[in-house]
Design a protein around this ligand. Sequence first.
Ligand code: SAM
Length: 255
Amino acid sequence: MPRNEITRVFLIGAGPGDPELLTLKAARLLEAADVVLHDSLVDPRILAAAPQARLIDVGKRCGRHAAPQQEICRLLVEEALAGHVVVRLKGGDPMVFGRATEEMDALRAQGIKFDVVPGVTAATAAAASLCLSLTRRGISRSLHFLAGHGAEDGLPAHDWVALTRAGGTLVVYMGGKTLAGLAAHFIEAGMPANMPAVAVEDATLESQKLMRGTIASLPTQVAAAAPRGPVLVLIGPAMQDEEDVRACVVTAAGM
Ligand SMILES: C[S@@+](CC[C@H](N)C(=O)[O-])C[C@H]1O[C@@H](n2cnc3c(N)ncnc32)[C@H](O)[C@@H]1O
């Protein structure tokens, strides 16, 4: 069988951090990998599942230089054409703000077969950490995943009014640093200043921190906390329920 008919490249979601949230399929493929190209957000305990593999860190964290996307695509293709079993391991789910399209296009262009293995995305991980459902009957009937920064690290050109009017739960990825600007846009678009908003740093890890407030207060709370880990912001009426949160924290402590 020609090489390009054998699947040798796997785009895999590593989940939000907690190694126990890795899928069985991801763990099995990591054990079979010759080379793992991974994001920097991927927990070292997950990388330990591939002791036989060559590990290449292609990710960006805290301003550190990342391999440009073109270089990642080039590496993927090069390693696959060399006959290696290649795992491209991404934080969360590969199909959510993971630049999977560029990588899949590069592989397709060379006729290289690939598979995608989903992972637990930060939104559902954070909801589990908060013990708050992202959707709630009669309260929040839609769910919107937004990028919190644009291509040049500024704010993306979202339709702030439409998002505000939708009245669902807004989940902002990569918005920890631009939160003040995001909040200003939402308030200007008509969102009540007391709309519940929560920020979760390092969801599912021991270092996890929850910051609860309103769309008006949260930017200052997050800035004061000076988070070092990834931050997910959740905004909307479903984010209000302190009793649920307290019950969840008590349960987690007893686990
Ligand atoms: C480039 S996006 C990748 C998202 C990833 N593909 C996913 O499905 O979760 C990175 C952003 O995801 C969010 N994120 C990822 N892991 C997180 C975690 N453990 N806790 C909080 N936010 C997280 C943060 O907003 C971070 O800036």
